[in-house]
Design a protein around this ligand. Structure first.
Ligand code: GLY
Length: 381
């Protein structure tokens, strides 16, 4: 039997990953009463994410709009991290030492050369390094590394620390985090309503669908508004190093397969990540971990000596064009913040600003907002 909730926030955020929590924090800082619903906040894709803030070194040729979004969000990260640390009292391990993209075989080196030409054409800053220069920067790299590209502007952060900080900052602002699932969107008398899995109905002026790979599971979405989000599995492992192994994030392509190693301030190294189209499967497999270790060992042989302390698989929310869905929908009061695929951590500050920031949109931000408008998929599913 549905029960009408005493809660009636201005903003109800469905999903407590880094996107939902950042959005809720932004809304609450604007003075809006805000509630988040998630059965296990921070335990979805964010829990598996390595936290690379690397629009330059992760760029691909066909995805210039995504690059523009990434650069706009990267520019917001220093302030976002500083404000979040101050607001929560938690450190987030935000690091700005740059990303070193290295090549192993001749084909990988050709791909890196092509990337350098592309970045040059876009006017993006990078340094091209020989294998020896790469090893001077990172002595643990294998002698077989043939060359590299250093993107000094790229950064990284610890997503698990960011979620802990966001939850603490939300708590200080009086934002309630309801540890349940949202089941269905239902018509409400004032605003929009959502039925939770225990039957409680919460009504809000604005509802933000930020449920990552599960965004399409909300019942009651009008025909044509179902977000075309699919799960893209990523397996990742955490290794513990007794002494710092790397000073930069290292990303490489080994015989065509991408792999990355992200050092944390506490000595951990995050090694990731597979990209698998396996539906809602979050099993960690021997084959997935073997591939990651095989490729990482080619770049940094010492990784196999490290203690393995955690393995996890997360589900990235992929969209048909790899761009997120951020903004208003055709249904008044329903907003979306989903489909961030490989870029949820990077794009969190921009997403929160696009939804609840000050009316900041200059020409550039207006173009960004339309690139990720949910309307582009109207009627897709
Ligand atoms: N952003 C890195 C990944 O999704 O694996």
């Amino acid at each position: 039997m549905p029960s009408i909730s005493p809660r009636s926030p201005d903003v109800l955020v469905l999903g407590g990953g880094i996107i939902g929590l950042s959005t809720a924090w932004r809304a609450a800082r604007q003075g809006l009463t805000t509630t988040v619903v998630d059965p296990a906040p921070g335990r979805g894709a964010t829990h598996a994410a390595a936290g690379m803030l690397a629009p330059v070194s992760e760029v691909t040729y066909t995805e210039e709009p995504l690059l523009r979004l990434g650069l706009a969000s990267l520019a917001r990260w220093p302030e976002f991290a500083a404000e979040l640390e101050a607001a929560s009292g938690h450190e987030v391990d935000y690091r700005t030492d740059g990303m070193l993209d290295v090549a192993f075989g001749p084909d990988d080196l050709t791909a890196l050369d092509d990337l350098a030409v592309f970045l040059d054409k876009l006017g993006l800053p990078f340094e091209r390094l020989t294998g020896r220069e790469c090893r001077r920067l990172e002595p643990m790299l294998a002698p077989s590394v043939r060359g590299g590209l250093l993107a000094r502007g790229d950064a990284w952060v610890d997503p698990r620390r960011v979620t802990a900080a966001l939850l603490a900052a939300l708590d200080r602002l009086g934002v309630e985090v309801v540890r349940r699932s949202a089941a269905e969107l239902v018509p409400g008398e004032s605003g929009r309503s959502v039925r939770l899995d225990d039957g409680e109905i919460v009504t809000a002026e604005r509802i933000v669908l930020a449920a990552g790979a599960w965004s399409g599971a909300l019942q009651g979405l009008p025909p044509g508004l179902m977000p075309p989000v699919r799960p893209v599995k990523g397996q990742i492992m955490r290794l513990r190093s007794p002494a710092p192994l790397l000073g930069h994030c290292v990303r490489g392509t080994v015989h065509g397969s991408p792999v990355y190693l992200v050092p944390r301030g506490d000595g951990e190294i995050v090694l990731g990540a597979t990209q698998e189209e396996m539906g809602f499967d979050t099993r960690v497999t021997a084959g997935g971990l073997w591939e990651l270790l095989r490729d990482a060992r080619e770049l940094v042989p010492g990784v196999t000596e490290l203690e393995m302390c955690d393995v996890v698989a997360g589900l990235r929310p992929g969209t048909p064009d790899n761009l997120p869905m951020i903004g208003r929908t055709a249904l008044p009061g329903l907003l979306m913040a989903t489909g961030h695929h490989r870029g949820g951590v990077l794009l969190a500050p921009l997403t929160a600003d696009l939804l609840f920031g000050d009316p900041l949109f200059g020409d550039g931000d207006g173009a960004l907002a339309s690139a990720c408008s949910p309307d582009r998929f109207k009627g897709y599913v």
